[in-house]
Structure formats: structure tokens, C-alpha cells
Ligand binder design. Structure first.
Ligand code: FNR
Length: 193
């Protein structure tokens, strides 16, 4: 009889928040996700705060900024990307779109950085509709980049101020359960990839 060999796979997920502000609900949601990840996965939160405004003049004169290059390399070597997106004017927040645009440069890097990358979207807002329109607006971007968007679960957090305490801890028990289920679904998707 052959010995049973169990290979343990620890999925490495990168988390990116689409907000730069210190008290961001989206960053708090991402931190909560880090503490609720299934045992077989780890979440590393990366910041987009060092990424300049995209300008082709910068790209052609100085190349890809270090902050962009480092994040491109992190994305190439991770197993999945979890985005927590605010909604601005019923659409994508500019700072995160700017970061994704830089990460897609030069265009022949798109496949290395994003091709086949499992991606999950979630979002938080103090508003009533939970980032529905922002999340929908990301879909064509993710398709254009060739990611493998996970659509097996959705996580919209409306009225986000009620879900966190003043230190940004997620105190809404029902939401913790929903977030855990969402993360389990995404990690199963990543594991099958
Ligand atoms: C907003 N906000 C917002 N909220 C929403 O649910 N739908 C929307 O269309 C908008 N539009 C919008 C435009 C602009 C320019 C700003 C600055 C804000 C409110 C937004 O959800 C709120 O500021 C969140 O707190 C942003 O996310 P973080 O920073 O908490 O992660």
C-alpha cells in the first residue's frame, strides 16, 4: 500500500484597499478579513499610498516607479488578490484605478501581473447601497486585465459605521460570519486554480 502523502498548500492572498485615509472602512474590512482567513490561507495587505499619479512622461523618462514594480512582483507570485473598494460617485475610486493602471504598465507586463490571477471584490460604505455600483464598475477592468474574477460570493457592506468600533474592529457578528463564508469561498476557488 502506498503511503499517504498530504501536501499542505498555504494560499498567499494579497489584499488591497482602495482608500488611503487612516480611518478607512475598506481598510478596516480588509484587516478583519486578515483575521478571519481560513487556516489554509494568509492575507498580506499591501498599500497603494506610494504610487504616483499615472503619467506617460514619467514612465518613458524614468520607467516604472519602484512602488509599482514591487507590487507587480508581489502580484505575480501570489495566489489571489482581494480588493476592498470604496464607491465614489457611483463608480470606481480614482486612487485605486490609478494604481491598477500603473500596475498594468508596460502593457506586455499585464499577463505576468494579472493573467489568470484569482480576484475577489468586496466593499464598504457609510451609504445605503454597499458599493454595488463600484463593484460592478470593476468588472470590465478585471476582464480587460485577464484576471479570473471570482463570482461565487458577494460582499457589500452598507452603513459601515455600524459595523466597526472606534478602533476599526469589526464588531458586527453576523457580518463576521458573512465575511468568513465569503473568504472560504474565495480560498476554495484559489485552491482549485
Ligand atoms: C463618496 N461616497 C460615496 N458612497 C457611496 O456609497 N456611493 C457613492 O457614490 C459615493 N460617492 C462619493 C464620492 C466622493 C468624491 C467621496 C469622497 C465619497 C462616500 C464614501 O463611501 C465614503 O467616503 C467612504 O468612507 C469611503 O471609503 P473609506 O475611505 O471609508 O474606505
Amino acid at each position: 500500500m502506498l503511503p499517504l502523502i498530504k501536501v499542505f498548500f498555504m494560499a498567499q492572498i494579497i489584499g488591497i484597499s482602495g482608500s488611503l485615509r487612516t480611518g478607512s472602512f475598506n481598510t478596516a474590512l480588509l484587516r478583519a478579513a486578515g483575521s478571519l482567513m481560513p487556516d489554509e490561507a494568509e492575507l498580506a495587505i499591501e498599500s497603494i499610498s506610494g504610487i504616483p499619479l499615472y503619467n506617460f512622461d514619467i514612465e518613458s523618462a524614468a520607467g516604472i516607479p519602484d512602488a509599482v514594480r514591487k507590487l507587480q512582483d508581489r502580484l505575480e507570485h501570489c495566489d489571489g488578490l482581494l480588493i476592498s473598494t470604496p464607491e465614489y460617485n457611483n463608480s470606481i475610486p480614482g486612487v485605486l484605478k490609478n494604481a491598477i493602471d500603473w500596475l498594468s504598465r508596460p502593457a506586455d507586463e499585464i499577463d505576468r501581473v494579472f493573467g489568470g490571477l484569482p480576484v475577489a471584490l468586496m466593499g464598504a460604505t457609510p451609504g445605503a447601497f454597499g458599493t454595488t455600483l463600484s463593484q460592478a464598475a470593476w468588472l470590465p477592468v478585471m476582464r480587460t486585465l485577464g484576471t479570473e474574477l471570482w463570482s461565487g460570493g458577494r460582499l457589500m457592506l452598507p452603513k459601515a459605521g455600524n459595523a466597526f468600533d472606534s478602533d476599526g474592529n469589526l464588531v458586527d457578528e453576523a457580518l463576521r460570519e458573512r465575511l468568513s463564508r465569503f473568504l472560504r469561498g474565495f480560498v476554495e476557488f484559489v485552491d482549485q486554480d
